[in-house]
Design a protein around this ligand. Structure first.
Ligand code: MTE
Ligand code: MO
Length: 200
C-alpha cells in the first residue's frame, strides 16, 4: 500500500472508528447547539423535577436532586442531523434511581421541559443504566445552551430524545408523540437502525 493510501486510511479511521458510529453519521469534535426555541434560564430555587401520573407521583427540589446518588458516565451521542460526538462525559442521576421512587404500570413517558419542548420514550429505555438526568458536562455545570441546569441523557437513541431543560416525566399508558415526533420524526429513534423519520 502506498504512503498516500495509508495516510488516507488513517484519517478515515479517525473520522469513523469501526463499529462506533451509526450508519449515516460523521464524527464531530465540536459540540453543536440545536434548540427549537430560546434558551430558558430557570434559577435553581425555582427548579423541580417531577414524575407525574402513575400511582405515586414524586417531586424533587434542586437541593433534593443534588443529594441523590449520582454517576459520571462517558457515552457517544448521535444527532439526527448526522453528527456524532464520541466519549462525552456527564454527571447526573440515573433514571433507575428516579423511577424507583414512584409506583406505576405505564409503559411510556412524555418528558417535559422549560420552554415547552417534549419528547416521548418507552420507560424500558430509561431503565437498566441507560438514561440519566445530567447536570454536569465535562466536570462542569451544564451550560444553559446545552440544557442546563439539567437535561435528559438517553445516548442510545438519537439526541433529540435527550430533552434539554427537562423538568419531569409524565407516565403514560399510550405512546403519544412529542415535539419533533409530531413533525414527522420517528417515535423511537434508534440511530443504529437509522430511525430518523416516521416510517424508517
Ligand atoms: N428542550 C429542548 N431539548 C432538546 C432540543 C430542543 O430544541 N429543546 N433539541 C433536541 C435536539 S434535536 C438535539 S440534537 C439535542 C441537541 O443538544 P445540544 O444543543 O446540547 O447539542 O437536544 C435535543 N433536546
Ligand atoms: Mo437533533
Amino acid at each position: 500500500m502506498s504512503p498516500i493510501s495509508r495516510g488516507f486510511h488513517r484519517r478515515h479511521e479517525e473520522a469513523e472508528p469501526a463499529g462506533r458510529v451509526p450508519p449515516g453519521q460523521y464524527v464531530t469534535h465540536d459540540f453543536p447547539v440545536l434548540s427549537a426555541g430560546p434558551t430558558p434560564h430557570t434559577p435553581p430555587a425555582n427548579w423541580t423535577f417531577k414524575i407525574e401520573g402513575g400511582k405515586s407521583p414524586a417531586s424533587w427540589t434542586w437541593q433534593e436532586f443534588q443529594a441523590l446518588p449520582s454517576e459520571t458516565v462517558t457515552v457517544d451521542i448521535h444527532c439526527v442531523t448526522r453528527w456524532s460526538k464520541l466519549d462525552t462525559s456527564w454527571t447526573g442521576v440515573s433514571l433507575d434511581v428516579l423511577l424507583d421512587a414512584v409506583s406505576y404500570d405505564d409503559p411510556y413517558v412524555l418528558a417535559f421541559c422549560d420552554g415547552g419542548y417534549t419528547t416521548n420514550l418507552p420507560v424500558a429505555d430509561l431503565r437498566g443504566g441507560k438514561a440519566w438526568v445530567a447536570y454536569n458536562y465535562d466536570g462542569k455545570p451544564l451550560a444553559a445552551e446545552h440544557g442546563g441546569p439539567a437535561r435528559l441523557l438517553v445516548p442510545h437513541l438519537y439526541f433529540w430524545k435527550s430533552a434539554k431543560w427537562v423538568r419531569g416525566l409524565r407516565l403514560r399508558e399510550v405512546d403519544a408523540p412529542g415535539f419533533w415526533e409530531m413533525y414527522g420524526y420517528h417515535m423511537y429513534g434508534d440511530p443504529w437502525k437509522e430511525q430518523r423519520y416516521a416510517g424508517d
